[in-house]
Each structure stands twice: as structure tokens, then as C-alpha cells.
Design a protein around this ligand. Structure first.
Ligand SMILES: Cc1ncc(COP(=O)(O)O)c(C=O)c1O
Length: 404
């Protein structure tokens, strides 16, 4: 049986998969079973921040695997404490504490639990989230996600969420009730089509949170750790913003599964002993891997590279003046190319973005869609100028051959 056949027979069919089996990777490239190479501008959906098999990451994992892989959170774990220090001191740069999880959805569940504890005494529990958001697939994170297609068939959802239009502060002000306790949002929405929040909106929410004693919770699972062109996505949009808590996953592990959330010092006591936990959360191997990734992101100024490559992408696409592109959205290397559907000839029954991504795969470029009319570019943060040129050339060819 081929890998594709085995997957179909034995793996639960929850993913729409492209017909490709990836067997190895190096830098920005991956190879299939037939040893054909592909440029990887998907990076495990914004996860392989350093590309594939970066020596700093593989060395850290090998070394830690031979020292201590796992013990329990009943004991103190050196790589966990070191990673927490690194994130608090060098990434958030605000006093606070970290909880380690294994994924982004779990990190967001932690933020929801924090909000519930924060509102406990005043009887408040309602968290405001925003249309087209994506916060994960656990029942909590899924209920926070304001996308009907994610909820379909899973009622009753976790109660206590209110979904509003993003970038509309007046709508938020009008929706506050005596039950509202927090705002939860992605500074740059990823899965929902690459939509960035505005500076006015983030700062307005922060002011409102201060005035009304609400929590400002930021989901940086996709846009954090350098992807936006700064260490924090919110730094790119609203420098100086001070959230109450932040969730991460994806890029912080460079491909090793890990998630986390930070809680500002003033709220840290809300989650005390026995209130939250995870067997694997803060595992020694995962923390050693993440520490190597974050140290490399900082020492090699990969946010700086993300910014420079964003400029290159925007300038190149602007020069094309392409009839099938509406706009380029996002920040850093979380980029969405908006498609003008009327200008494209797409076979009937096919979703335009997925059809184009399939064509690009055939041409040797991996890119993920983001909704029906957006193709995302999520290369590793150390992608080179030449690799961007190669990928954009393929994108242009694919668009040109599909012009109506
Ligand atoms: C912004 C955001 N939050 C949460 C998640 C869920 O993360 P995970 O798949 O690690 O649970 C994702 C995943 O795409 C995401 O993009």
C-alpha cells in the first residue's frame, strides 16, 4: 500500500489533503517519495519557522533526548524554567508567567479558563471574539472561533461567547453587557483569510479593557514569534500595547509540538495550584526545542528578514499589476494574496484557492489556501530573497494560465 492508500484506510478522514507525501526536508525545501523537490511556502502552516532540519533545532532535540525527555510537572524541569524566562524577558518583556501546553487550541482553552476565573467574583463570563477568527478545534477554542462552518454539527457549543465584526470599536462598545469579561482576538487573522486588525482597533480595545475591567487576550498562535516582522504580532500593529494574556503554538516549536500562554503578573494568581494542567505541557524535550528556535529567531534577526521579504513580495506583486489579484494582505511572512474570482477561469465545482494551490503543488510550490479566495504565503522566517523570487514566479505563472 502507498502512504496515501494507508492514510485513507487507517487515518480518520478529517483533513482535506493534497495528493503529496512529504518524506524529508531541508531549509525551505521538502522532497516527496520519488525524490522530487518542492519549495515549501506552507511551513507546516506557519510552524517550521527555521525551515526544515535547522541544525540549531536538530542539535537541541538530539542533545535533550539523550539527557531527559520527560518527567512530570510534579517536579521542576530545567528546560521549562529556562524557556519561560526567555519568553518573559526577551519576547513579551513584561512581568508575567507562562503555562505550557501542547498546541494552540489548548493554549486558548487556558485563556478562556483565565477569563472565567477573572470574572468569577463579579459573575461575568462572556468573551467577545471576532468574525472569521480561528482559535482551534477543542470544544472551548472551537466555540470561541467565530466561523459557522467550524461549529457545524457540534451543538451545543460551550456557552459564553459573543461574535462581533472586527475593526469596529463602536460595535464592541454597543455589545458590552454586565456579563462581558474579555476580548479574545488574533492581531492578524490567519485561517480566516489573512485579515489584520488596525492599530486603532487594538488600542481601542486595550483602552476599553482598562476602563471596564475586562481582559485583552491575544491569540498569537499563527502571527507570533517573528512571523509578523516583529517578535509579537501586536508589536507590528500597535507598538507599546500591553495585553493581559497571550497564547502561542506553531512557530515557537519550529515543528516540535508545543504551545503556551503568558499571563500578566497582576493576573497570574488566578490560575493557582490544581486549577490547570497537562501531562506533556512543558515537557523537557519540547522546551529545549522551543528554546533553540526562539534563540535562533532572535540571534539571526528573523523578524527583520520577515519584514524585508514582505517588502520584496509586496513590491514584486505591485509591479505585476495583475488582473486576478485584488490585494496583498497581512504583515511580515503571514501574507494573503486576494484573488479576483471574476478574472479567473476555475473548473466548475472547484474552490478557487484550493484549485490554484493544487496547480502550484504540481509546479513545485507548497502554499496553503485561506478561505476560498485567498492564497497564503507562509515560508520559513529565514527564507531567502532568491526563494521568494522563485515562488512568486510560479504564483504568477499559475495565475496567468487561469485568466478568464
Ligand atoms: C490563530 C490560531 N489559533 C489557534 C490555532 C489552533 O492551533 P492548534 O492547531 O495548534 O491547536 C490556530 C491553528 O491554525 C491558529 O491559526
Amino acid at each position: 500500500m502507498t502512504t496515501i492508500e494507508k492514510t485513507q484506510q487507517y487515518v480518520l478522514n478529517t483533513y482535506g489533503r493534497f495528493p503529496l507525501t512529504v518524506v524529508r526536508g531541508e531549509g525551505t525545501r521538502v522532497w516527496d517519495e520519488g525524490d522530487r523537490g518542492y519549495l515549501d511556502f506552507c511551513s507546516g502552516i506557519a510552524t517550521c519557522s527555521l525551515g526544515h532540519c535547522h541544525p540549531a533545532l536538530t542539535t537541541a532535540i538530539s542533545k535533550q533526548a539523550g539527557t531527559l525527555m520527560h518527567c512530570s510537572n510534579l517536579y521542576h524541569i530545567e528546560p521549562q524554567a529556562d524557556l519561560a524566562e526567555l519568553i518573559v524577558e526577551k519576547v513579551v518583556k513584561q512581568p508575567g508567567k507562562i503555562f505550557f501546553s501542547n498546541s494552540g487550541a489548548e493554549a486558548n482553552d487556558g485563556l478562556i479558563k483565565l477569563a472565567r476565573r477573572f470574572g468569577l467574583e463579579s459573575g461575568r463570563y462572556e468573551v467577545i471574539t471576532f468574525n472569521k477568527s480561528f482559535h482551534g478545534r477543542t470544544i472551548g477554542a472551537m466555540s470561541a472561533t467565530a466561523q459557522p462552518k467550524i461549529h457545524e454539527g457540534f451543538d451545543p457549543l460551550l456557552p459564553g461567547f459573543r461574535y462581533l465584526e472586527p475593526n469596529n470599536l463602536d460595535a464592541v462598545k454597543a455589545a458590552l453587557t454586565d456579563k462581558t469579561v474579555a476580548f479574545l482576538l488574533e492581531p492578524i487573522q490567519g485561517e480566516g483569510g489573512v485579515h489584520a486588525m488596525t492599530r486603532e482597533f487594538l488600542e481601542g480595545l486595550s483602552t476599553l479593557a482598562g476602563e471596564k475591567n475586562l481582559l485583552l487576550l491575544l491569540d498569537e498562535v499563527q502571527c507570533g514569534f517573528g512571523r509578523s516582522g516583529d517578535l509579537n504580532g501586536y508589536d507590528t500593529i500597535a507598538p507599546g500595547l500591553v495585553p493581559d494574556a497571550i497564547s502561542w503554538a506553531k512557530g515557537m516549536g519550529g515543528g516540535f509540538p508545543i504551545g503556551a500562554f503568558w499571563v500578566a503578573e497582576k493576573h497570574a494568581a488566578l490560575l493557582g495550584p490544581g486549577s490547570h494542567g497537562s501531562t506533556y505541557g512543558g515537557n523537557a524535550l519540547a522546551c529545549a526545542a522551543s528554546k533553540a528556535v526562539i534563540e535562533t529567531i532572535i540571534s539571526e534577526d528573523l523578524p527583520g528578514n520577515a519584514k524585508a521579504r514582505e517588502v520584496q513580495i509586496r513590491e514584486t506583486i505591485a509591479r505585476w499589476n495583475h488582473p486576478a489579484i485584488t490585494e496583498v494582505r497581512g504583515h511580515g511572512l503571514l501574507i494573503g494574496i486576494g484573488l479576483k474570482l471574476e478574472a479567473l477561469k476555475i473548473p466548475e465545482g472547484k474552490i478557487p484557492s484550493i484549485h490554484l494551490c493544487s496547480e502550484l503543488l504540481e509546479k513545485g510550490l507548497l502554499v496553503p489556501p485561506a478561505g476560498p479566495d485567498t492564497v497564503r504565503l507562509l515560508p520559513p522566517l529565514n527564507v531567502t530573497n532568491q526563494e521568494i523570487d522563485q515562488a512568486l514566479k510560479l504564483v504568477r505563472e499559475a495565475l496567468d494560465t487561469h485568466l478568464a
